[in-house]
Design a protein around this ligand. Structure first.
Ligand code: BV8
Ligand code: ZN
Length: 258
């Protein structure tokens, strides 16, 4: 019954925003951060995904990212990623005008209808075909020079040289946001705007522990959205969302598509 309610909500919404976390890639075989298998050589993500860890031992941190990139390279987007592409295509294609579009809204009508916000750095939403995608925590396939700031997309796994170096000779770092680092300002602002404009906000496969990403669902709720959680377990948002659908994203999402 609740799945049907959520399907109806999505069918009648002119603006939908979605937040995804590592759980949406679990069924692609990529271990989540805090679940079983999230460890690497007994290190926790929080120990390695920090500027301090990189400053102390760039080789170790790069070995972790190289290992993750290898896993991602052999993974495929799953039915959950594909269902979100279908939802976006349906939203953009539908002729329903955006009900009284906010005057100051600088985003295009298409962008007003569907925004996918992800904490994931694996690139699987891109590979599945998602278009209006905001990557809050960066991209594991981008390398940024710590000396000259040059960025490049490097998809070789394993990396030919660890730690990798820029053509200027500088040490490169992964193009991701570490703990204690600010999120890209413009991307975060667009994500927060989309959350406050959404009529329906889906929060999928995230432990809702990492801020400021975890604050988006609350922003959507306070702005009047219906919030729907899809997760195999309870999280800190479970007790106040409008619907909490318990189960795997790859099973539930295809069932609630309008
Ligand atoms: C910042 C990129 C300002 C790197 C990551 C309050 C306000 C602001 C900041 C803070 C604050 N309190 C604390 C902070 C600091 C910190 C923070 O939030 N810490 C937490 C741990 C308390 N935040 C920050 O540092 C952020 N920066 O705020 O800047 C600032 C500046 C200086 C000082 C202070 C503040 C930066 C955060 C970004 C960190 N980078 N990743 C990389 O990937 O290597 S975060 C990392 O966690 C990943 O990006 C991941 O996406 C993210 C969240 O984890 P989840 O995606 O939720 O994954 P998790 O494993 O936890 O959960 C998986 C879920 O899926 C589970 O619920 C599971 O049940 C579910 N699941 C499993 N299988 C399935 C499923 N669901 C559905 N289907 C399935 N099949
Ligand atoms: Zn350089």
């Amino acid at each position: 019954m609740r799945h049907a309610n959520v399907r109806d909500l999505l069918a009648s919404a002119s603006r939908i925003a979605v937040l995804t976390g590592a759980g949406i890639s679990a069924e692609s075989g990529i271990p989540t951060f805090r679940g079983a298998g999230g460890l690497w050589r007994s290190f926790k993500a929080e120990d390695l995904a920090t500027p301090g860890a990189f400053a102390r031992d760039p080789k170790l941190v790069w070995e972790w990212y190289d290992w993750r990139r290898g896993q991602i390279a052999s993974a495929q987007p799953n039915a959950a990623h594909r269902a979100l592409v279908e939802l976006e295509v349906g939203q953009v294609a539908n002729l329903r005008r955006v009900a009284n579009p906010p005057a100051e809204d600088s985003t295009s009508p298409d962008q007003q209808r569907f925004t996918l916000i992800t904490q994931n750095v694996d690139g699987l939403h891109n590979r599945a075909g998602s278009r209006n995608l905001l990557k809050l925590h960066g991209d594991i396939w981008i390398q940024r020079c710590t000396a000259c700031g040059a960025e490049r997309n490097e998809t070789h796994t394993p990396l030919p040289e660890i730690p990798p170096r820029c053509s200027c000779g500088g040490l490169e770092r992964p193009g991701v946001v570490w703990f204690g680092e600010n999120l890209p300002e413009e991307i975060l602002a667009r994500a927060q705007y989309a959350a406050t404009q959404a009529e329906v906000f889906l929060v999928i496969g995230t432990s809702a522990l990492v801020y400021p990403a975890a604050g988006l669902a609350g922003m959507a709720k306070s702005a009047g959205a219906k919030v729907v959680e899809i997760n195999v377990a309870e999280t800190p948002v479970t007790n106040w969302v409008d619907y909490s659908l318990r189960g795997a994203a790859a099973e539930i999402l295809p069932q609630i598509l309008p």
